[in-house]
Write a protein that binds this ligand. Sequence first.
Ligand code: NDP
Length: 275
Amino acid sequence: MRRIGKIMLKFKDKVVVVTGGASGIGLAICRRFGNDGAKIGILDMDAVGVKRRARELEAAGTDVLGIKCDVTIKEECDFAINEIINHFGGIDILVNNAGITQRDAFVNTRISVFRKVMEVNFFGSLYCTKASIASLIKRKGLIIVIESVAGVAPLLGRTGYCASKHALHGLFTSLRSEIRETGTHVMIVCPGFIKTNLQKRALGGDGKVTHHPQTIVGKQNTTKSVAEAIYKGAVRRKHILVLTAAGKAGYWISRIAPVLYERMMARKFRSELIR
Ligand code: NDP
């Protein structure tokens, strides 16, 4: 930790890598940790977006390396993570953020859509974590997983998304217990509803972007407020961070009264499936 004037910079010179860092929550995380003096590695499949965001962060005084990386391709993840390790000397925080969603009834959803969502949300995080784990352990680092309340509770009309987030939950809570002795930690983030492009690009059952209306529960928070909460959570090395009032209510009701939660959630979301 470094002190500049009266401001404590908790992550000064730490290396933070963010997948899907060119937009939405990922970009806000890059900005927040960059403002704190961290060195930022932005990975995103959008090559133009990566360059543009890297230039933007650089102009704000951040030491940054942007690399085009489609997280569904293991070789691209290995390459990007190695480049970052060679450039900055190691990785202190890996943020597994890149993600996509889908929205349609199970009966109308092709297997290829389930596969695509799993490839981005689950395998993307697995590949990047595999490539970084030795460096993270060496530095007693932190893995941040941008999950969802759908990682711990059911969500009607999003069976593929929900399955991918549950898979992340199983992988990363197990990994946390496996690496605890090394001083390396895993923080799971369940953001609630946040205003980003995620839902605008949701896949329908046929694999094309769906224009079917989305149900939103509670107020949509901003990416900036999410990044601030994630930053504070990282300082305290929290185990799980559930964000937004609706997200917290959903999380606790699903824990304490799962059957009631399923009924309430189904009532709220069922209209989405009516065509
Ligand atoms: P965005 O769509 O704004 O951001 C997702 C980012 O991931 C984009 O930059 C996107 O790139 C990138 N991405 C998608 N596919 C790949 C890929 N194959 N390889 C590399 N990058 C990829 O959405 P959010 O910021 O909302 O989503 C971030 C995370 O937050 C996701 O994991 C999502 O599930 C989670 N989340 C979001 C919630 C919300 O309400 N917004 C609620 C709960 C969880 P590109 O722009 O090029 O497509």
